[in-house]
Design a protein around this ligand. Structure first.
Ligand code: ADP
Length: 258
């Protein structure tokens, strides 16, 4: 657990020095944790798919696999591992462009209900796989907004993907959009694992993944939420979280209208 220390440390005397060094230790701990998490994820998300691709292609190259169905299955595995690798590399590149201030958005006119139904369609198979009840609600009136459609769609898809991933079979997920007070609110709610109060801020940090075993058992990079929040902020919006451990989570993407 990371120690919390005063933001305005005493600068004089022993107590002040102690506070400063405590702050340094805390800072160092956070840096170390972030580094460990990065190494963990990079190892897993780069090495695992690469070694699978190597193993399956080597086996195919021997010419010993003659059964057509087996060959097809091996090729499908190679393809999906390459896709997983590609996704991680894309996320890494996006996070790097964010770091150097090169992540930009291109706004176009977008109908909100269309954006939602496309994201819902994409997420539907994930929900079906786990028999998750999936509810979608568009805003009462049609709304047109100037948005970077691809980036906002990717952010919503990420929230829905997480909801599916971190909700056990037979749960419930909803995607609801409402327009109020000059703001569009897109809420993704699930009845999944939930997130403890101590992790509410941390889930938006790069590479952060909960220590919960059920999270560790799923694949992930810890890049989805930080990227989604950044995209929201580039649109002068934000992503907020309400969650109780064991009860579920609601991530709300807010965007100013007009
Ligand atoms: P990833 O899902 O690839 O690990 P994200 O950045 O999307 O990365 O999420 C970071 C972490 O936040 C997850 O590893 C998980 O611990 C937590 N999290 C995100 N969405 C949910 C959710 N809907 N329910 C429970 N935990 C979640």
């Amino acid at each position: 657990r990371v120690l919390r220390v005063a933001r305005q440390p005493l600068t004089e005397g022993k107590a002040g020095r102690a506070l400063w060094s405590l702050r340094d230790v805390t800072q160092q701990k956070l840096v170390e944790q972030a580094r460990d998490q990065f190494i963990d994820t990079a190892t897993h998300e780069l090495r695992t798919p690469l070694s699978n691709i190597r193993a399956y292609s080597e086996t195919l190259a021997t010419g010993d696999v003659v059964d057509l169905e087996a060959v097809k299955e091996f090729c499908t595995i190679i393809n999906s591992e390459a896709t997983r690798l590609g996704r991680f590399v894309d996320d890494l590149l996006t996070i790097s462009s964010l770091e150097v201030g090169a992540l930009t958005i291109e706004r176009h006119n977008v109908m909100v209900d269309r954006l939602l139904s496309e994201a819902a369609m994409k997420a539907k198979p994930l929900m079906e796989q786990k028999q998750i009840e999936f509810e979608v609600q568009a805003p009462a009136k049609p709304i047109e907004m100037k948005l970077d459609k691809d980036k906002i769609a990717a952010a919503i898809t990420n929230l829905l993907g997480n909801a599916a991933k971190y909700t056990p079979e037979g749960g419930h997920v909803s995607l609801k959009a409402t327009a109020q007070g000059g703001e569009l609110r897109i809420a993704v709610a699930d009845t999944g694992l939930g997130i403890g109060e101590d992790e509410h801020t941390r889930v938006f940090e790069k590479f952060f993944r909960s220590a919960d075993e059920r999270v560790r058992d799923t694949t992930g990079t810890g890049l989805g939420l930080p990227l989604a929040r950044e995209v929201a902020r580039l649109h002068d919006g934000d992503i907020t979280l309400e969650s109780k451990i064991g009860q579920g989570s609601t991530f709300t993407l807010t965007l100013p209208i007009g």
